[in-house]
Design a binder for this molecule. Structure first.
Ligand SMILES: Nc1ncnc2c1ncn2[C@@H]1O[C@H](COP(=O)(O)OP(=O)(O)O)[C@@H](O)[C@H]1O
Ligand SMILES: [Mg+2]
Length: 426
């Protein structure tokens, strides 16, 4: 292991970009994976003392947001993990976020790990389904940043699939990693490397729980709050519960009307949501991510609420409403029979979409993600106890850093194996 190598991890998530060099410690930094294209004229910007800019990324974005229309000038390039080849705005955001991350941690001539600093060893993590042109473009961007900034920010770089980074962080060799982010859930059988033909990049993630939470807020009579994404997300994270079994949880809530909190105050605001006698709907928010095909949701669909989108993999269509258990079975069925039982014994959950917790007093009715999936898989005839990583939003970054410490200097990037270092300076 190269302990003094200045490894820099970058996890391009669908909603958050996690980044930082080895020496940031346990946790990476996290900013929204988005850019803002200001409309402000040069003159107005000068009068107000703001530097006129084509694009703004990072914490500064909020200084520029002024009105609801401004929200539309925000651009999230990786909403589903893939930036289209010709999406110039999207690539601009990726480039500026990368520049922001590298400049923020550029140490100057001395490496905090000792010796002279001669450029970072960047390990970037992309979605498992990311096409080759995304790799090419990301290499290109890092090279451009070196020349535009006039210094060697990046000495070498490599790219790995996010679920593989999780497997590395967990020291797992044969496993199925479910990387559940905001925009998608990568169901990824891994046997040393990602089994590419078996990956299901399901079009479902934390944002789908936001969608049902938004609908619930509207139905409760809070249509203005329902329009603000940030607010909806906070409400989802505070109020959402994953039921072990949805029908029993709903009956339980009806029999114990005082057991579920029904008022939610948003910290730092004057906003309060009162769910009244509808607190049982908290279970819908969690269930929807795991099983949007549950019959309870029929009444929503019949009112025009759109379910999660279908996923097309090769020539097959994975229906949007498939349960996560069914999707795991489908992914594993595309691997060699010989390794299927080992894969199913090692199901690893990672990503913020699995971060549900169980409030005191609700044990057994509400559950965490591994317990939920274990029950769903058992109902599908598969006995296994999935394992949750310790820091669901950071395990990709951590695995990327570990990978960067172990990948030998002499292994050069190879397009046929998709591994190795791509050097920008010697
Ligand atoms: N405690 C929580 N309960 C429910 N959802 C959560 C919690 N914490 C984070 N999330 C959700 O996780 C998602 C972000 O996870 P993350 O792994 O960072 O996604 P990505 O890598 O795709 O950007 C968001 O939808 C967020 O609302
Ligand atoms: Mg992610």
């Amino acid at each position: 292991m190269a302990e003094n190598r200045p490894v820099f991890g970058m996890d391009y998530g669908t909603s958050y970009f996690k980044f930082g060099p080895l020496w940031v410690g346990k946790y990476p930094e996290m900013v929204e994976n988005r850019g803002y294209f200001p409309r402000m004229s040069k003159v107005v910007a000068e009068i107000r003392g703001i530097e006129p800019r084509e694009i703004v990324v990072g914490p500064e974005v909020s200084e520029y947001l002024e009105s609801r229309e401004d929200l539309e000038r925000l651009y999230y390039p990786m909403r589903n993990g893939v930036v289209p080849r010709d999406d110039e705005r999207g690539w601009k955001v990726v480039k500026e976020l990368t520049r922001f991350a590298l400049l923020k941690h550029y140490p100057g001539a001395q490496s905090p790990l000792g010796g002279r600093f001669t450029g970072f060893y960047v390990v970037a993590a992309l979605a498992a389904q990311a096409p080759t042109y995304m790799y090419e473009r990301l290499f290109e961007i890092h090279g451009q940043l070196n020349s535009e900034e006039g210094k060697t920010l990046v000495r070498a770089m490599t790219i790995i699939p996010q679920p593989l980074a999780v497997a590395i962080a967990e020291k797992a060799t044969t496993c199925v990693v479910l990387e559940g982010g905001h925009g998608n859930t990568q169901i990824t059988p891994i046997s040393r490397d990602v089994i590419r033909g078996a990956v299901i990049p399901l079009n479902r993630g934390g944002s789908d729980s936001d969608a049902i939470a938004r609908q619930i807020l509207k139905d409760l009579g809070y249509p203005e709050l329902a329009r603000e994404d940030k607010f909806v997300r906070m409400f989802k994270e505070m109020a959402g519960l994953v039921p072990l079994d949805l029908n029993s949880a709903i009956s339980w809530a009806r029999e114990h009307p005082a057991a579920l909190t029904s008022r939610f105050r948003i910290p730092g605001t004057t906003v309060e949501v009162d769910m009244g006698d509808k607190a049982w709907q908290r279970f819908l928010i969690g269930e929807f991510y795991f099983n949007p095909g549950h019959e309870v949701f029929e009444s929503y669909y019949s009112r025009g609420f759109p379910g999660p989108r279908d996923t097309i993999v090769g020539d097959r269509v994975i229906p949007g409403k498939v349960s996560l258990a069914e999707a795991i079975r489908e992914a594993v069925s595309r691997t060699p029979v010989e390794i299927q039982s080992t894969l199913l014994r090692n199901v690893i959950l990672s990503g913020g979409a699995f971060s549900w917790t169980v409030p005191a007093g609700l044990e057994g009715v509400a559950v965490d993600s591994p317990t939920k999936l274990s029950r769903m898989l058992r109902d599908a005839g598969i006995e296994t106890q999935p394992k949750m990583v310790r820091e669901p939003q950071f395990s990709v970054w951590r695995g990327a850093v570990v990978y960067g410490l172990f990948l030998p200097e002499g292994v050069r990037w190879d397009w046929s194996t998709m591994e190795g270092w791509r050097y920008f300076a010697d």
